[in-house]
Design a protein around this ligand. Sequence first.
Ligand SMILES: Cc1ncc(COP(=O)(O)O)c(C=O)c1O
Length: 378
Amino acid sequence: MSTKNTHTKISEANTPCFLVDIDRLKKNSDKMMETCRKLKVDLRCHTKTHKTLEAADILTGGTRRKIACSTIPECRLYADNDYEDILLAFPISADKIPRCAELANRLDEFHVMLSGLEGFPCLKDGASDLNAGKVWSVFVEIDCGYGRTGIAWDSDDTLEAGTLLKENPNTKLQGLYTHCGQSYDHMTPKQRKDHQKKIVSRLEGVAKKLRALGIEVPVVGTGSTPTCNMAEPVLSSFDEFHPGNYVFNDVEQLYLGSCKLEDIACCVATRVVCQRRDLNMLVVDCGFMGMSHDGMRQRPDDFCVIKDHPHLMYYDNSQELGKVKAKEGEKLDFERYPVGTILFIYPFHSCATAALYQEYLVHSGEKITATWKPVKGW
Ligand SMILES: Cc1ncc(COP(=O)(O)O)c(C=O)c1O
């Protein structure tokens, strides 16, 4: 028996498996493109969630231009397939210089990201790896309050970074980049509007100060899926959006109000393998190796959603097994869920769940139409 998923119908697939609803994915892509068109903002879709050529082709509208990646293998996959204008949206460090130089040398437009002044020396020293006529094209990452990577928006280091890049003959400032991860905080519509205004004023404030020093800032961009799925008109002052998760969306986006249930374009298919009538519980063949733990800490009671079975909840897992119970202490109808029953579970965090799979089964309705293989590694 093959262990590969070569079946053409979902009902025959080996489980657990990661399903991608191609019709929903295309709708998510169209919607983001429309948002960007309306706001007159370029879309630099981030590939971190899906890491496949096929999804990137849809998200770039077939242009094969302008993407952000989280790893060098992603950059290479796309560079090998004639993509251009690729940003490695990850803090640059010395270990990555030879591989980034190889990408910079073969692409017309390859950009790296400087997330702090401490990253500058490796660009300076690594210039010797670049071909004649090439310079490092650099996005400076600005932390607008998220508290992860990037130079704090209110620090003079932003100006120091711009000055270093301008004065060094082997570097040029391509733009400012902020991920804006704090958009994952729960907010009322009014709070979200104020928050987006604040991000604009912080990032545009940095751009203005740099320009006042005579430093060109061609691009200013932001992106996270909650920001871009719920974009306010004020964001039209940006040049670029770089969201990633919107390709699939997930239960976290649903709870934030960033998407609807019918916008979630991926799920895990899992089968009932045991009925524990004594414990009022079903056991399914998807543990944390197929679902991840993401969301369990924040929302232990409803971190994922079982499609078409709102009275059921997947509430606990070990490596290869998951536990499902009826919500609010209801009695489980065991006749309805014999061993072999397939359940479809929308994950809390699609990036984390997708990353566990070697392949995605792409489907339209019940029919599996393709298998996509995400690129792995760092
Ligand atoms: C640096 C960076 N840019 C862009 C994104 C995309 O954000 P989202 O997944 O919310 O679309 C992420 C997500 O983690 C990120 O870390």
